[in-house]
Write a protein that binds this ligand. Structure first.
Ligand code: NAD
Length: 316
């Protein structure tokens, strides 16, 4: 297998949260790195912070443009519509981007005979009855987003079986870290606007498996250097679950707001919200020798410091 530094790498969605961190690390290995992103949710500042990468603004739904990109040896396919409530409001658009878009990227991989890593999600399991959930639990999506990721996975499997494409499917739990979006940022935004009250959407009893972005990047880079990962699907989480209400309490504790901020809940959540994400990560540990290292507690402190949130709140 060619070393990573000899590979021409294409990252779809490279201007987004996970893509940015992945490309930053990949830049240390290869000088031939292309980001393909339509900037629908990705940020130009992320691209600007990746001076070694070649950026092409484009849509994965534009097959002609995608296939006219320089030949790739390795494709990380991260571009997606990633918001569950949005998928429930706009199922056709979600399907177009996540299912049809993935099929286009597979066509690019087939044309180039490139190895491909597909970013999938815990949403393919829906509300699993088996916790922690292993990879072979099966599909039972609960949202349009989850279903469009199932379709993406199934096309990956079809291309692997019928065309011999080298595919690895990575199911991410809740990825967090600097520049992330999602519940942690949502809480920090709300608290910076009003430190007296923190509203949780839903009951607060939903729980998530939070995994740090640097652990995810390590798994993504390690996997493509392993023959064994070809044709495999891996859960990438921390292997622990945290209730959203406890996450809120952890944040308040760090900010010294425990007895000052009132936590409220809307009780009703958005359509498609999952109760519990808790991954069984033993397969990735064994086959990729991957062991997530970073804890939520430590990173929350860093994220709060980075946003200077404590200072903001003290000046309110
Ligand atoms: N962040 C998480 O916790 C998480 C969890 C599970 C799965 N995932 C998956 O990981 C991948 C990356 O997620 P992220 O958190 O970095 O999201 P993100 O929104 O930050 O990144 C997605 C990127 O895809 C780009 N994009 C969207 N539609 C496109 C299109 N049609 N053509 C070209 N580019 C397009 C966006 O501009 C953005 O830069 C996604 O596939 C997502 O479904 C993420």
């Amino acid at each position: 297998m060619a070393q990573l530094n000899e590979k021409r790498v294409l990252v779809t969605g490279g201007a987004g949260f996970i893509g940015f961190h992945l490309c930053k690390k990949l830049s240390e290995y290869t000088s031939n790195l292309t980001i393909y992103d339509n900037l629908s949710s990705g940020k130009l500042e992320n691209v600007k912070d990746l001076p070694k990468a070649n950026f092409v603004k484009g849509d994965i739904l534009d097959l002609t443009k995608l296939c006219s990109l320089e030949k790739a040896d390795l494709i990380y396919h991260l571009a997606a519509q990633v918001v569950v409530p949005y998928s429930m409001e706009n199922p056709l658009e979600d399907f177009e981007t996540n299912a049809h878009g993935t099929l286009n990227v597979l066509e690019k991989a087939r044309k180039d005979d490139a190895r491909i890593v597909f970013a999938s999600s815990a949403a393919v399991y829906g509300n699993p009855t088996k916790l922690p959930t292993p990879e072979d639990y099966g599909f039972n999506p609960f949202s349009c987003y989850g279903l469009s990721k199932v379709v993406g996975e199934e096309y990956c499997n079809m291309y692997a079986n019928q065309y011999g494409l080298e595919v690895t499917i990575m199911r991410f739990a809740n990825v967090y870290g600097s520049r992330c979006h999602g519940v942690i940022n949502d809480f920090l935004d709300k608290l910076s606007r009003n430190p007296n009250r923190l509203e949780i959407i839903g009951t607060g009893l939903q729980s998530r498996d939070f995994v740090h972005i640097s652990d995810i990047v390590e798994a993504l880079i390690t996997s493509v250097q392993k023959e064994k990962a070809i044709g495999q699907t891996y859960n990438l989480g921390y292997g622990k679950t945290t209730k959203i209400i406890d996450l809120a309490k952890m944040i308040l504790k760090i900010l010294d707001l425990t007895n000052k901020t009132v936590i409220t809940t809307t009780n009703v959540s958005w359509k498609g919200d999952i109760n519990t994400i808790w991954f069984d990560i033993s397969k990735a540990k064994k086959e990729l020798n991957w062991h997530p290292k970073i804890t939520l507690e430590d990173t929350l402190k860093e994220m709060i410091k980075e946003r200077k949130l404590g200072d903001d709140i003290n000046t309110h």
